[in-house]
Write a protein that binds this ligand. Structure first.
Ligand SMILES: CSC[C@H]1O[C@H](OP(=O)(O)O)[C@H](O)[C@@H]1O
Ligand SMILES: Nc1ncnc2[nH]cnc12
Length: 290
């Protein structure tokens, strides 16, 4: 199977990468089922990458229906070591305006219905998640954004991403509550992905594209899908430029990442005595430690 060290997961409004060349569509099967869609392998300025449309290319999957484990496992099967997520988010802060870019460094979990671990069935592991985003990968992403000097786009370095269950958007009371917690942006997808990427020892960072002010701002209309997609479309070219520049920088100078050894001290179970079937299912994650 073709391989790629860099993976890209495109969210709402970002269903393909226009600059990809030598494109190959790969249908990957994993022990956790099928990913959201075929993975698109191709080159960006000569660097091999794997692209996946998180909700499917025709946007058919709700946030709660996303096969997060299959998506991350498929990336691992392709050899991905760095994973960039591009996501639409609502802003919870006045200064993060629609069309701005935020590179969060923390999460708050408000999901209710997500499976966000590969472990269980006889093998127990607890990854460290205090620093939920790979700081070095986020650094490359932020340097890439800054280097492009995008007109009318401010970069916000760091911030907390609230991950809610959805699919309905927040109530005003919730939106004000998250603001009182000091959170920066809100979305429905990135937290399970970040946890699973960490378990799979893949460095993960998010390019959060602000599309709206959620529903707290008295001078702006409450978020609607129409608003999200319209603003995302206005920003899609910028988002792809950022991803392209980030891929270029990663290919020139791949950073070290604590994520790449996240399981070193995380596994509690004696793997010699662990159930064979579970070991087989998780072989790709465990092989270094067997
Ligand atoms: C289309 S509005 C809500 C939808 O958009 C975001 O998706 P993604 O993170 O995949 O860009 C948000 O998380 C919701 O899933
Ligand atoms: N306000 C919002 N809440 C949740 N997810 C979003 N995605 C884009 N805007 C959002």
């Amino acid at each position: 199977m073709a391989q790629a060290k860099i993976g890209i997961i495109g969210g709402s409004g970002l269903y393909k990468m226009d600059a990809l060349k030598d494109v190959e569509e790969v249908h990957v099967d994993t022990p956790f089922g099928s990913p959201s869609d075929a993975l698109i392998l191709g080159t960006l300025d000569g660097t091999q990458v794997a692209f996946l449309a998180r909700h499917g290319r025709n946007h058919t999957l709700l946030p709660s229906e996303l096969p997060f484990r299959a998506n991350i496992y498929a990336m691992k099967q392709l050899g991905v070591e760095y994973l960039i997520s591009a996501s639409a988010v609502g802003s919870l802060k006045e200064e993060a305006k629609p069309l701005d870019m935020v590179v969060p460094d923390q999460f708050i979990d408000r999901t209710k219905n997500r499976v966000s671990t590969f472990f269980g069935e006889g093998i127990v592991a607890h990854i460290a998640f205090g620093d939920s985003i790979c700081a070095n990968l986020a650094g490359v992403l932020m340097d890439a954004i800054a280097s492009l000097n995008l007109p009318d786009v401010s970069l916000h370095r760091g911030g907390t991403y609230v991950c809610m269950e959805g699919p309905a958007f927040s109530t005003k009371a919730e939106s004000h509550l998250y603001r009182s917690w000091g959170a920066t942006v809100i979305g429905m997808t990135n937290l399970p992905e970040a946890k699973l990427a960490r378990e799979a020892e893949i460095a993960y960072a998010t390019l959060a594209l602000v599309t709206d002010y959620d529903c707290w701002h008295s001078d702006h209309d409450s978020v609607t899908v129409e608003m999200v997609i319209a603003n995302l479309q206005r920003n899609a070219v910028n988002a792809q430029k950022v991803i392209q520049e980030t891929v270029h920088r990663l290919s020139q100078n791949p950073p070290s990442s604590d994520a790449h050894s996240a399981l070193k001290y995380a596994i509690l179970t004696n793997l010699e005595k662990a159930p064979a079937l579970t070991k087989q299912k998780l072989e790709l994650l465990l092989q270094k430690y067997l």
